[in-house]
Design a protein around this ligand. Structure first.
Ligand SMILES: [Zn+2]
Ligand SMILES: [Zn+2]
Length: 290
């Protein structure tokens, strides 16, 4: 899987070399139409992991430990939910773009009149003066302040106004997944060593050894051990796969934050970018011509 498809590569570069798409409107935030498949997939995965964590796996933990993990994973999931929503909902556009309130249509870029979309800090598509670090995102069709990249999972641009929420959503997603993976590994180990440790809930009294209960404590559903283990393996694989993408981006952005000047040729990530591997727009030179 090409992890770098996260980034809308060369949005400005593409826009400046060929006529803009016939779209004459701008997207406000991640909820603006059209929704992106990745965005829908992200919410489905989040729902599956949260549901199985709270309704199936945490109730299997020994007394007290289940209360602790309800609190820890509950706090992490809630925090992730809030910052994820903020990352999607905040409009990262330039101040002058937002002041126009998206009431005006976006003209088609004419390369015969201008060489670049943004010249001398003026965007010919948004028709406003923009800041030095602004870039015109081809996917959102608007200028974004402190442009970082266009995130398909948020279906929104990540810029100065929502970068912290994007980063917090990465960190909280990783922490939540680590907790869930740890819980699953504990359950698998205990099942092979001493399954009775996982059957301490009072509702297990009088239940045969090969019967397990889902959705404790309020809606107990009897099932076989194989079903619980099958769901566990599926969720473990889903969690491990889900861990790769935010993990990769977290490490990348962590290194980027430690680089004193990511635009400098001395930054080791610049050569990585130059190969068009990750988030190229972040390290493109300023969009304003001097
Ligand atoms: Zn623009
Ligand atoms: Zn965008």
């Amino acid at each position: 899987m090409d992890l770098c498809s996260w980034c809308q590569r060369g949005a400005l570069r593409e826009a400046s070399r060929k006529p803009a798409s016939p779209r004459h409107w701008s997207r406000v935030n991640g909820w603006s139409w059209p929704l992106h498949t990745f965005q829908v997939v992200a919410w489905i995965i989040l729902f599956i992991l949260a549901f199985t964590n709270f309704c199936i796996f945490v109730p299997l933990l020994p007394p007290n430990w289940n209360l602790i993990m309800y609190g820890v994973t509950g706090g992490l999931f809630c925090f992730h939910f809030v910052v994820h929503l903020l990352g999607i909902s905040i409009d990262p556009a330039e101040t002058n773009v937002r002041l126009k309130k998206y009431l005006e249509s976006i003209p088609t870029f004419d390369p015969s009149k201008h060489t670049r979309v943004i010249e001398n800090q003026y965007c010919h598509l948004c028709e406003v003066v923009v800041s030095q670090k602004a870039k015109h995102c081809g996917a959102c069709n608007k200028c974004v302040s402190d442009f970082d990249h266009h995130c398909k999972w948020l279906n929104n641009c990540v810029g100065g106004r929502n970068y912290r929420y994007f980063f917090c959503s990465l960190v909280s997603a990783l922490a939540s997944l680590l907790c869930l993976i740890s819980i699953l590994l504990y359950i698998f180990i205990q099942y092979s060593v001493n399954p009775e440790v996982l059957r301490t809930h009072p509702l297990y009294e009088g239940v045969s050894k090969d019967t397990w209960l889902l959705f404790l404590p309020f809606f107990p559903v009897k099932t076989k051990a194989l079903v619980v283990l099958g769901i566990g393996v599926f969720v473990l694989l889903l969690s491990a796969l889900s861990f790769l993408l935010p993990g990769y981006l977290f490490i990348f952005h962590l290194f980027l934050s430690m680089c004193p000047d990511p635009h400098s040729s001395l930054c080791p990530l610049r050569s990585h970018m130059a190969q068009d591997k990750v988030c190229r727009p972040l390290l493109e030179t300023s969009t304003s011509d001097k």
